[in-house]
Ligand binder design. Sequence first.
Ligand SMILES: Cc1cc2nc3c(=O)[nH]c(=O)nc-3n(C[C@H](O)[C@H](O)[C@H](O)COP(=O)(O)OP(=O)(O)OC[C@H]3O[C@@H](n4cnc5c(N)ncnc54)[C@H](O)[C@@H]3O)c2cc1C
Length: 304
Amino acid sequence: MEEENPVDEALKGRNWKPYAYCSSGEKTRGREAYVDCAKRLGEARCLRRSVLLEALASDLPSGTIRFGSRLLAITMDPETSYPILRLHDGSVIKTKVVIGCDGVNSEVANFLDLRPPRMSPTCNVRGFTIYPDGHGYPHDFVTINHNRVFLGRVPLDKKSMIENSEPDLLSLTGTRYRAPWDVLFGSFRKGTVTVAGDAMHVMGPFLGQGGSAALEDAIVLARCLAPHMTSPDQGELSREIIGGALDSYITERRMRLVRLSAKTYIIGSLLESTSLVVKLICILMIILFFRDRFGHTRYDCGRL
Ligand SMILES: Cc1cc2nc3c(=O)[nH]c(=O)nc-3n(C[C@H](O)[C@H](O)[C@H](O)COP(=O)(O)OP(=O)(O)OC[C@H]3O[C@@H](n4cnc5c(N)ncnc54)[C@H](O)[C@@H]3O)c2cc1C
């Protein structure tokens, strides 16, 4: 006899429907499936943030990373026009290039005079449930939509996962985003200073693409800068050469980010708004510009 799917079990007797479901990267079910792994229309992968950070850090020469260095302000050296960083412990770093990956409250974005991210009415509650003997469930992913509450669970379980979650580990955060038109018109470079990741394009969690887009930024930025770093005249690396490389990075990223931000914004507005007119406009925009709902996954930022 076929074992009952935990999604079906969790949804039994409720007027809830699975909005997204990807099972172990292989099979998928449901009319509402958002990520269809079987047809290779995008994929949902769970990635522990610490594992990603450790993998990235392990490729750097030891001593490259300096912890506990909170940036307070950036100024331009009046003589060299290169940036000077002032840290909270009073130390000062003179550098040639600054790439601000300092998230939604970015000091580097402030230095670039970018408009501050806007508040969205959606709040995020995140929590952990500890299973001392292991949970025994496969690494599945589901989000459920009910009465304007969107519930995501990784891996899959019944509602006991929520009831048994650790109250001390619950976190409630607001959602902020950089409006698509601010991404379109924002000036992301001043001298040899630029931004990447959320500092550049924070978006709501409706597509789950913010972190992935930050990784794309890193690849494109490295590709634009690397040829100059390895050229024989690297000792002469000038502001103009660095500035040109940063401009190439911004140009290559901008429209990809505008489309991602716009799609996220429209889906967010559709889900958040109570106005039928707004919902109708959002649906029209989706039909006009984002008819292919998996379109954003068919993007290749290229190799390093
Ligand atoms: C509820 C929710 C769900 C999400 N789901 C997904 C998903 O499924 N998939 C996905 O791809 N993305 C998702 N995202 C988005 C993703 O989390 C972010 O896009 C990603 O973390 C951005 O990475 P970042 O390195 O740019 O910024 P952060 O991860 O915010 O890192 C910024 C770093 O800068 C440091 N910092 C901040 N200020 C300073 C300072 N002044 N000086 C020095 N350091 C500083 C911080 O300590 C931090 O280490 C989600 C976001 C939310 C809120």
